[in-house]
Write a protein that binds this ligand. Structure first.
Ligand code: GA4
Length: 346
């Protein structure tokens, strides 16, 4: 990890007044996909969680524990490599999509000056091939990156299947006539999804200087439809509650955590909540998380679903826009900004 300049330290290290750790979230909503509950109950639980925190835990997901362990080990090995090696290894991902944020990054998040105590790998996911870029089989600059990419491909296939199941349950719980209305958006061959692997290194030296808690990834909402996160056993994730306070989410490496994204808030006419969240770094152990952000095709026209507008007494809370338009607007914002306000009808 690169040494921080003074201005950067001020942005990442919190002032003493906000050093206090957030209390744990007491009622993490849980959805068991393993058939423990009847389907209608699971669908109701998904909807209630999306309306409440906009966040829930998924158990009984069917993604093999062995695959999760391999992803975790490969990610740790990747981030242990020397800086130039990491940059070179991931350069192919950036070259495959020029002008995109893809590739390896350290501290800098997006392109509008956001900083965090994090290094990451950001990869585009080709929906048709279910493969992060660059596609499987291409020459890789290092054998270790090549095998990491293969493991991530396997992970994407498994997580997508689980995510589709969650989206089907959502559609059922919302009473949509078209049961695959949401799955369709993320499974199209042009669907624009992203895989992010984050590594939050421990910060022994800064801790000794009195900076107990650092901002790993600053507060924000995710722009896409849903995000599916899995982390190792290190804490750090916090979500914002409706009263504006923050609650920490206890890590659970056996489960996944699902976030409602901005587009899903729009599709549901504001019924589901795109949850504001952040990652704070205070643990002596590194945190590693992998997040799959499922987005629609760039040309897709997005607007509140008619059924949900009707249920809301005909009030349409957002205007229609394309995902390309939304993304362009999002990339002009800083992380913490409210990106949906530009698309509200009143
Ligand atoms: C937040 C969710 C995903 O990590 C991400 C991020 C993206 C980036 O890191 O390039 C953004 C951020 C995220 C929202 C606003 C813009 C874009 C950084 C930023 C300041 C990959 C995404 O899709 O949006």
């Amino acid at each position: 990890m690169v040494v921080l300049a003074k201005g950067e330290l001020e942005q990442i290290a919190l002032p003493a007044a906000v050093q206090k750790a957030a209390p744990p979230l007491a009622d993490v909503p849980e959805v068991d996909l393993g058939g423990g509950a009847c389907r209608a109950d699971a669908a109701r639980a998904v909807v209630a969680a999306c309306e409440g925190h906009g966040f829930f835990k998924v158990t009984g997901h069917g993604v093999p524990a062995g695959l999760l362990a391999r992803v975790e080990a490969a990610a740790a090995a990747f981030f242990e490599m020397a800086q130039p090696e990491k940059e070179a290894a991931a350069a192919a991902a950036a070259a495959a999509a020029p002008g995109s944020p893809f590739g390896y990054g350290s501290k800098r998040i997006g392109c509008n000056g956001d900083l965090g105590w994090v290094e990451y790998l950001l990869l585009g996911v080709a929906a048709a091939a279910a493969a992060p870029l660059p596609a499987h089989g291409e020459a890789s600059p290092s054998p270790s990156y090549g095998s990491f990419r293969d493991i991530l491909n396997e992970y994407v296939v498994a997580v997508r299947a689980m995510m589709w199941e969650v989206l089907k349950l959502m559609a059922e719980g919302l009473g949509l006539k078209e049961k695959d209305a949401l799955v369709r958006l993320v499974s199209h061959e042009e669907s624009d999804s992203v895989l992010r692997v984050n590594h939050y290194p421990p910060h022994h030296e800064l801790k000794q200087q009195g900076h107990g808690r650092l901002t790993g990834f600053g507060e924000h909402t995710d722009p896409q439809i849903i995000s599916v996160l899995r982390s190792n056993d290190t804490s750090g994730l916090e979500i914002s509650l409706r009263d504006g306070s923050w609650a920490s989410v206890s890590p659970d490496r056996k489960s996944f955590f699902v976030n409602v994204g901005d587009v899903l808030q729009v599709l549901t006419n504001g019924r589901f909540r795109s949850v504001r969240h952040r990652v704070m770094v205070s643990s002596p152990r590194p945190r590693v998380s992998v997040i799959f952000f499922a987005g629609p095709p760039p040309r897709e026209r997005l607007a509140p679903l008619p059924w949900l507008v009707a249920e809301d007494g005909g009030r349409r809370r957002y205007r229609e826009f394309t995902w390309r338009e939304y993304k362009a607007s999002a990339y002009r914002t800083k992380l913490a900004e409210n990106r949906l306000c530009h698309f509200e009808t009143e």
